[in-house]
Design a protein around this ligand. Structure first.
Ligand SMILES: Nc1nc2c(ncn2[C@@H]2O[C@H](COP(=O)(O)OP(=O)(O)OP(=O)(O)O)[C@@H](O)[C@H]2O)c(=O)[nH]1
Ligand SMILES: [Mg+2]
Length: 683
């Protein structure tokens, strides 16, 4: 029997703006827990979490990394995430594996863009949240002001559980203690505030407390967990990942007061098409239910799938199903991951983060289970940002196409915000990510790991076509070729639908003027137009097609006749329905030095951008957010680079589709005509 116990596990993700000190803080926790003798440094590139060569080179985390260490009697599984918004795919995925989101704030910079985003995401996923104010060693930081700002921004439930003291070289706990000197605030007041906040969640306890009764440590602990779970408390800790101040105390806090998998909010599973909601039970004897939150492809060790066990026990030798697959996979070896290393283990219990190696069938977001009752389970999906920044790529050397394709697939397995698109017609492969840096790093990694070199260029824009008003269309297809002829006649009408509603096809044909068996042929013809576009060769969307009349001939009416009639009738209808070309609009977030902010907003304004806000973040940087047509920013990465001396950064995500200006539409229609050539155009 293994001595692992779910109640002793503490799973937490370190989240926060890039540079807030997450990776260095993780180092300090490893040192304080005795796992490591000395803390590694970002500059030397010897931290446990940033083990990838590119992470060392860029001095930033690019992937999430799992670290394991003891905290007193507890066993911590910590996920150090990348703060960079380009790499938020894995960061968001890590949130599904933990009870607690620990959001790290750089005391020097204060609340930053990602701080807000991550606090919001963690709340949406019902995680217990805590805030770590790091870099308390820095000169000229106003920690009292920062705590007030945090409370203004995230609510009065954000309360310190310890306070810096002795000139910020250490901290003093204030949930269990009520006296002692501190550098900021009064310890007695901080103690009263957090006690009241915690006890408030339990009415009976509150009543006894007000009566002056003594509340036991266990009762306080349980109320603390409840307050965390309900979002009624967001504890704040202070640390310096540089000097180590507050890090030992953080470790003790993790042990004593952060939730175990038995205490956090249980994750919401769903099942089947009817979207039944289910709650996992962290019971070692229940059916196995585990969720794959991370996939890593090591060029030597192969594919590693890392999952969180929510219920049941996994042991080597047992069989597991992946999603609704009938064929089971065999658990040959079970691993636990620590930084770059993985160690074989003989058991995985509820709450554990474990890994399986070299199993092709497993993919990100898969559910592993051991009973067909759980075939159709899935975890409430994460709302990932839709990657919109694209690059068309091809291998630099001939003959590397296969290798490139395989490498791209591996990359897509690891990163939920990376997409590969193939445009058959143009024979073009386009990769999409959240920003230029995102794709640049992924391509560099492909080069380093697999020796695949690529050339890149801007891709074609994914325009769409739609209609703006209802119209009628009609076509009679009649052809006599030798023996049997072809005959089919279709009357239909079209109507615009709301943006994003897609395509609806209905039949209102009565009296069998077109036999029911041939209606699908009409739909097939209509769908051809949908794919090919009607005016400029782009897919059509947001319209309803209703076929309502027609004629058929008992001998000559074959499927093909109605496919053709359906297609041509729809083309005619669209011609009268005010066809319109739509273009993707993206939300762009640019971070630049204050000094060049004016130039950048000017540049964006010249690109049909709507500036939505500018916000000065500390450290001399400004963030500009804007909605801008994707087609207008093809040159933006290069322009931004020259404007900012390479320091400017941006990310973008899909917002919505909008009509293109009239002259752009005309150009696109003309280009399409030229591409098709006069012969085809006349067809
Ligand atoms: N003075 C001081 N420097 C710190 C502290 N914590 C981190 N740093 C420094 O800040 C820089 C960034 O630290 P990281 O730990 O890489 O930050 P991160 O949050 O992991 O950043 P990403 O991986 O990009 O998300 C490094 O140069 C650290 O040495 C601290 O408490 N005090
Ligand atoms: Mg880091």
């Amino acid at each position: 029997m293994s001595s692992r116990e779910t109640r002793l596990i503490r799973n937490l993700a370190l989240l926060g703006h890039s540079g807030s000190g997450k990776t260095l803080l993780a180092e300090q926790l490893l040192v304080k827990s005795g796992v490591k003798g000395d803390a590694g440094s970002i500059e030397r590139g010897d931290t446990a979490a940033d083990f990838d060569p590119l992470e060392k080179q860029y001095r930033h985390s690019l992937d999430s990394a799992i670290l394991q260490f003891p905290a007193g009697k507890a066993e911590v599984q910590l996920i150090d995430t990348a703060g960079d918004p380009d790499f938020r795919g894995q960061t968001l995925a890590a949130m599904t594996a933990v009870e607690t989101a620990a959001v790290v704030i750089n005391a020097v910079n204060g609340i930053e863009m990602s701080t807000r985003r991550l606090m919001r995401r963690a709340r949406q996923r019902r995680l217990c949240r805590m805030i770590i104010i790091n870099r308390i060693d820095a000169d000229e930081v106003d920690l009292e002001a920062l705590v007030r700002e945090i409370r203004d921004e995230f609510g009065p439930q954000c309360l310190p559980v310890n306070l810096p003291t002795e000139n910020r070289t250490t901290v003093r706990e204030c949930f269990y203690h009520d006296d002692g000197e501190t550098d900021i605030f009064s310890l007695a007041e901080a103690h009263a505030e957090i006690r009241d906040q915690v006890i408030e969640v339990d009415e009976a306890l509150m009543a006894r407390y007000l009566e002056g009764e003594k509340i036991s440590r266990e009762e306080l602990h349980d109320a603390f967990e409840l307050a965390l779970r309900e979002g009624h408390l967001v504890p704040i800790c202070f640390t310096s990942a540089r000097s180590g101040a507050g890090c030992g105390e953080l470790l003790r806090f993790i042990e004593r007061l952060l939730p175990s998998p038995l205490e956090g909010n249980p994750p919401r599973f769903r099942a089947g098409s009817e979207d039944r909601k289910l709650t996992a039970r962290p019971d070692p004897d229940a059916h196995v239910l585990a969720h794959v939150f991370k996939v890593v492809n090591d060029p030597y060790a192969g594919k590693l799938s890392i999952f969180r066990i929510f219920q049941g026990t996994i042991r080597p030798g047992m069989q597991l199903f992946v999603g609704d697959a009938r064929k089971p996979i065999k658990v040959a070896h079970l691993f636990r991951v620590h930084g770059a290393e993985h160690t074989e283990v003989d058991i995985g219990i509820p709450g554990d983060l474990c890994a399986l190696a070299k199993i092709d069938e497993i993919h990100y977001d898969a559910i592993l289970h051991d009973n067909h009752e759980e075939d159709h389970y899935y975890l409430k999906p994460i709302d990932f940002p839709q990657p919109m920044f694209g690059l068309a790529i091809e291998p630099r050397a001939r003959g590397q196409e296969q290798k490139l394709a395989a490498t791209l697939d591996k990359t897509a397995e690891e990163d939920p915000c990376f997409r590969i698109e193939h445009n058959q017609e143009l024979n073009e492969t386009v990769i999409r990510g959240l920003g230029e840096m995102h794709l640049r790093i992924l391509l560099e990694r492909m080069q380093q790991r697999y020796g695949v070199d690529v050339e890149t260029r801007p891709p074609r824009i994914a325009y769409r076509e739609t209609i703006t008003r209802p119209a009628e269309g009609h076509f009679r297809h009649k052809k006599q070729t030798g023996g049997a002829g072809q005959f089919g006649e279709v009357f239909l009408r079209v109507r615009p639908l709301g943006r994003g509603e897609g395509f609806v096809f209905r039949s209102e044909v009565v009296g069998g003027v077109i036999p029911t068996s041939l209606i699908p042929a009409v739909e097939k013809g209509a769908r051809q137009v949908l794919d090919e576009g009607a005016i400029a060769g782009f897919p059509l969307q947001d319209l309803e097609v209703v076929v309502h009349d027609g004629k058929y001939h008992s001998v000559d009416s074959k499927e093909i006749a109605f496919v053709i009639a359906g297609r041509k009738a729809l083309l005619e209808a669209i011609e009268h329905a005010g066809p319109q070309i739509l273009e993707p609009i993206v939300n762009l977030e640019v971070t630049v030095a204050d000094a060049v902010m004016g130039d950048v907003t000017g540049l964006l304004a010249s690109k049909r951008a709507r500036i939505q806000g500018t916000e000065s973040i500390r450290g001399g940087l400004t963030q500009v957010s804007a909605a801008v047509p994707l087609s207008a920013i093809t040159e933006f990465p290069t322009e931004l680079k020259s404007m900012t001396g390479g320091e400017g950064r941006f990310v973008l995500e899909m917002s919505h589709y909008e009509a293109v200006p009239a002259q752009v539409q005309q150009q696109l229609v003309e280009q399409h005509g030229e591409r098709r050539g006069p012969a085809e155009a006349a067809n």
